[in-house]
Design a protein around this ligand. Structure first.
Ligand code: COS
Length: 383
């Protein structure tokens, strides 16, 4: 489905697809089983431009638009959501935070490295006791002369054990969300430890970690933005992150459609292809409509970003619909495949396991609904 994409946008999508079909799709089942993607693919993905896509050229990126970014995320989601997560956390959540809130020095130091993926970043917001209620996080940063000393714990941190820099949100005063500050913390700092979390349902090829900060000392130049601005940095960055998750989910739905159509047209039962049965076509139609609807919500949101319009509610709608659609489509895909869908010889099972977290992270479906409800009614359900 194409909606007035430019030649450049289509060319990037085609390049992304042919690269991933060759370099990722044949390996994704093995990476999933081994619980680790081959990190040798990361610099090659950076060469294509995945990591620098929306980072301006002056900082080593391609200076691309968000519709192209959405197309890239869709292709990554179709190929392997574990790879999508590496890109959208490192160059999305961390890179965008630095781009929009960093000092010139911080931009010069980190953005070219994140764009080339010679360094990876992770986003340290979630804690054991604060997921949805991010404004009440308890990690602390205390002033000590010109330095800050950080203590606390972070949970479910994508790229946690691979990252060179962690964007850590910590409390600098007891003023709720207004008392949170963002810090750029090199992960080789003394007192910083990352432990990988094993046994995830999906995204098994991607490192997800628990972070422990024990008297981690950083200079005042490590503060990103202003002291007390951390929650706003996290929330405005997550608006764009939600767009990336939604676009990745479009890729999952598209992948489910392709594998289901292929299977249903080649598998025969009762002497004819199962695609000829109305109840199978019913499921294929549902997946197809989910793909179009999710994609249009994503493109609408990306277009708003490109035009400099407010896009937070559009991002919540895209993320809510696309993540739920991805779970729905993957379930349908397994049903179309029958028993074959229950093993990982076909991609449907991995799509379902990977899709499931999309309704949870970067704001659960329930949080997105309350944000949409607040936008529609003007009434804040969170107070
Ligand atoms: N962009 C910029 N600023 C924002 C913002 C956004 N999207 N959302 C909130 N803010 C600002 C508010 O304007 C407010 O600023 P002032 O202090 O100047 O008034 C400040 O942040 C605090 O806002 P508030 O207390 O109203 O918080 P919200 O109600 O907006 O946020 C929810 C509550 C639950 C919506 C928020 O905590 C949230 O999104 N939670 C989910 C977190 C999440 O996604 N976690 C998963 C992370 S996986 S990496």
């Amino acid at each position: 489905m194409d909606l007035s994409l430019s030649d450049e946008q289509q060319a990037f999508r085609d390049l992304a697809r042919s690269f991933l079909d060759k370099e990722a799709v044949p390996h994704r089942t093995r990476w999933d089983r081994e619980e680790a993607v081959d990190l040798a693919i990361v610099p090659r993905m950076a060469e294509i431009g995945f990591f620098g896509l929306t980072i301006p050229e002056e900082y080593g990126g391609l200076g691309g638009d968000y519709v192209t970014y959405a197309l890239a995320m869709e292709e990554l989601g179709r190929a392997d959501s574990a790879l999508r997560g590496i890109v959208s956390v490192s160059s999305g959540l961390v890179g965008k935070s630095i781009l929009f809130f960093g000092s010139e020095e911080q931009k010069q130091e980190w953005l070219p490295q994140l764009a080339s993926a010679s360094r990876l970043g992770c986003f340290g917001l979630t804690e054991p006791d604060t997921g949805s209620d991010a404004g009440n996080l308890t990690s602390r940063a205390t002033r000590d002369g010109d330095d800050w000393v950080l203590n606390g714990q972070k949970l479910f941190i994508t790229n946690g054990t691979w990252a060179d820099v962690a964007l850590v949100f910590a409390r600098t005063s007891d003023d709720g969300p207004r008392g949170v500050t963002a810090f750029l913390v090199p992960t080789d700092s003394p007192g910083f430890e990352a432990r990988e979390i094993k046994g995830k349902l999906g995204l098994r090829g991607q490192a997800t970690a628990e972070l422990f900060l024990s008297d981690v000392r950083v200079p005042s130049s490590a503060v990103l933005g202003e002291v007390g601005q951390g929650f706003k940095i996290a929330m405005s960055t997550l608006d764009k992150g939600r767009l990336a998750v939604a676009a990745g989910c479009v890729g999952i739905v598209q992948g489910c459609l392709e594998t289901s159509v292929e299977y249903a047209t080649s598998r025969t039962q009762f002497g004819r292809p199962i695609a000829s049965f109305q109840l199978v076509q019913d499921m294929l139609a549902d997946i197809s409509v989910d793909a179009d609807a999710a994609r249009l919500l994503v493109w609408r949101c990306a277009d708003l970003v490109d035009r400099g319009e407010p896009f937070g509610t559009a991002a919540s709608k895209a993320k809510l619909f696309a993540s739920e659609a991805a779970v729905r489509a993957a379930n349908n895909a397994i049903q179309v495949h029958g028993g074959a869908g229950y093993v990982d010889d076909y991609p449907a099972a991995k799509y379902l396991r990977d899709a499931r977290v999309m309704t949870l992270y970067e704001g659960t479906s329930q949080i997105q609904k309350l944000l949409i409800g607040r936008a529609e009614t003007g009434i804040n359900a969170f107070v």
